[in-house]
Ligand binder design. Structure first.
Ligand code: ATP
Length: 221
């Protein structure tokens, strides 16, 4: 499946945040988005999901326009930047609610076995993030949007989540954004830079320095 968002124009009050943005994600590929703080990455994911209404946008799936918010079609899951599972919720309940197999999770992450009867608030910040990322990735949705999945994770968890993401991309389209840009570069099949309100497709990583997203020389250190 090919998911496209086109002609995005977003304003907050009179301030223009996004201007003519285009982005494509497809089954079998991981699409990375990089960009400076405040450039509009989270806003763009919210718009794709359907929870933020911009002045203009066009969403297409396999070339066909979808006019209602995408989440209403049950095709998309979104990991927001902030925790989205209520702290009081029991971990086993989260898995039931999102219809994700808890046993499979415990096979992949056996260190969580002692927590299944616990609540989300009993986990550390990073552990909560692991549960949330896993639930999003393993949901039935065909398009997965992940906002800063790596930022709070220790290196071993980052590698496990990267591996899981790469396994699941066979059956899903995945969009990732994170400031840990080396992980985005390592996992992405297609890469966009969001700058000055619009997306630029990045063909060579050196363009990230040319566009001043990275300081010159960063990539060779
Ligand atoms: N609800 C809102 N009302 C007004 N301005 C907002 C709102 N949400 C976001 N903004 C502004 O829109 C811009 C883009 O914000 P957004 O969170 O999308 O950026 P981002 O690229 O995800 O940033 P970061 O990498 O720091 O998380 C920022 O200037 C922010 O202040």
């Amino acid at each position: 499946m090919i998911f496209e968002i086109d002609n995005v124009e977003l304003y907050f009050a009179e301030k223009q945040i996004l201007n003519g943005v285009y982005l494509k994600a497809e089954t079998g590929k991981i699409t990375g988005i990089l960009g400076a703080n405040g450039c509009g990455k989270s806003s763009l994911l919210n718009i794709f999901f359907g929870s933020l209404q911009p002045r203009h946008k066009l969403v297409r799936i396999d070339k066909k326009p979808y006019l209602k918010p995408l989440f209403k079609y049950g095709m998309v899951t979104y990991l927001p930047q902030q925790n989205f599972i209520p702290p009081k919720m029991k971990i086993e309940t989260c898995f039931q609610l999102f219809k994700v197999d808890l046993k499979e999770f415990l096979n992949d992450f056996p260190e969580f076995k002692t927590y299944t009867k616990a609540r989300m608030r009993d986990l550390s910040g990073g552990q909560q993030r692991v549960v949330e990322i896993y639930i999003c990735l393993k949901s039935k949705a065909k398009l997965i949007l992940l906002d800063e999945p790596f930022s709070h994770l220790s290196p071993l968890y980052v590698e496990k989540i990267k591996t899981l993401t790469q396994e699941l991309q066979k059956e899903k389209a995945i969009i990732l954004t994170d400031h840990m840009y080396r992980h985005i570069l390592a996992t992405s099949d297609e890469l966009y830079l969001l700058k000055n309100g619009s997306t630029k497709l990045i063909n060579k990583t050196s363009e990230l320095e040319d566009y001043n997203y990275l300081k010159a020389g960063t990539l060779y250190n």
